[in-house]
Write a protein that binds this ligand. Structure first.
Ligand SMILES: O=C(O)CCC(=O)C(=O)O
Length: 286
């Protein structure tokens, strides 16, 4: 059973986000959909055998109907809407799937350091696809650091040793790790964090997977500053606005090419509606 967002719970979550830079929502997605997300990771890994499971990035999603179906789920968008308003686009999404025994760490960082967004109005929802806790490398945050300035990439330590997910991070001497909070989630729960919040995660040395999906939602007024169409720019709810971004069409399901999922039969009609409603902001993929 998923849980409805009650007003009191939502108030508490918003208060925590405003004071600490993060919030947690329980039982957001149903077990059946979470199982489909696990199948999706397996399917992606089979199609991209040279890619590590921590690196299933947004550049794989342009023509992936299930991925767009997942991030456009109303239960996720209802949460995102509370933080960024009702006209919502996707900037990026990334499965950080840490395999048993050798899942890589994510060094301390602020997301906004890496992102070409103007203004930096964006919220991350982190969807737990497995139970995620201290044993298998759950996300950890330093509360209230969302009020600190964004570091630039050249203020980070480069750690391109192939042993961590991002290849760089904030010098740990600058971080008071005694303040770190472990974000312990059950599969289907969601945590939300601010782009300036300092966070990271340990390696997964346990015998279980730790799979999570990061989803970066922006209001349609946030510009994605890239030369070409960003492969994961999708309009997800409401209306785009002129002179900000171009978006990808929602990808239609093609039997034999894409992963089948519950609701595939109705998916292409939904794509037609969304694509028609935002026609002047959608660029056909090459
Ligand atoms: O999945 C993790 O361990 C880290 C997630 C993260 O860094 C992010 O969502 O920005």
């Amino acid at each position: 059973m998923t849980e409805r967002l009650d007003i009191q719970g939502m108030r508490q979550a918003m208060a925590n986000y405003n004071s600490e830079g993060y919030a947690v929502f329980r039982k957001v997605l149903a077990p059946e959909l979470i199982q489909e997300a696990r199948n999706h990771i397996e399917w992606l890994l089979q199609k991209n055998p040279a890619t590590r499971p921590e690196q299933l990035h947004h550049f794989l999603m342009q023509d992936d109907p299930f991925w767009v179906r997942l991030v456009s789920d109303d239960r996720l968008l209802d949460i995102a809407e509370k933080f960024i308003g009702s006209d919502i686009a996707l900037f990026a999404s990334h499965y950080i799937a840490k395999p048993p025994l050798e899942g890589q760490a994510v060094l301390w960082h602020q997301d906004g350091t890496y992102w070409p967004l103007e203004p930096m109005e964006v919220v991350t929802l982190w969807l737990a696809i497995d139970d995620s806790n201290c044993e298998n490398g759950c996300m950890r945050v330093i509360p209230a650091t969302h009020t600190t300035r964004l570091l630039s990439e050249n203020e980070l330590q480069q750690r391109n040793d192939g042993k961590n997910v991002l290849g760089s991070g904030i010098d740990s001497a600058q971080i008071d790790e005694s303040k770190a909070v472990d974000i312990i989630l059950r599969a289907g729960d969601v945590s939300v964090h601010h782009p300036n919040l300092i966070h990271g995660s340990h390696a997964n040395t346990s015998s279980r997977w730790r799979r999570g999906l990061t989803i970066r939602y922006i209001p349609v007024t946030t510009r994605i500053v890239t030369e070409d169409l960003h492969p994961s720019a999708f309009i997800l709810r409401g209306q785009a606005v002129a002179n900000i971004n171009q978006y990808n069409p929602w990808p239609k399901y093609v039997e034999g090419k894409h992963m089948r999922f519950s609701g595939t039969e109705r998916w292409n009609i939904r794509c037609d509606h969304v694509n028609a409603a935002n026609m002047s902001f959608i660029t056909a993929c090459k």
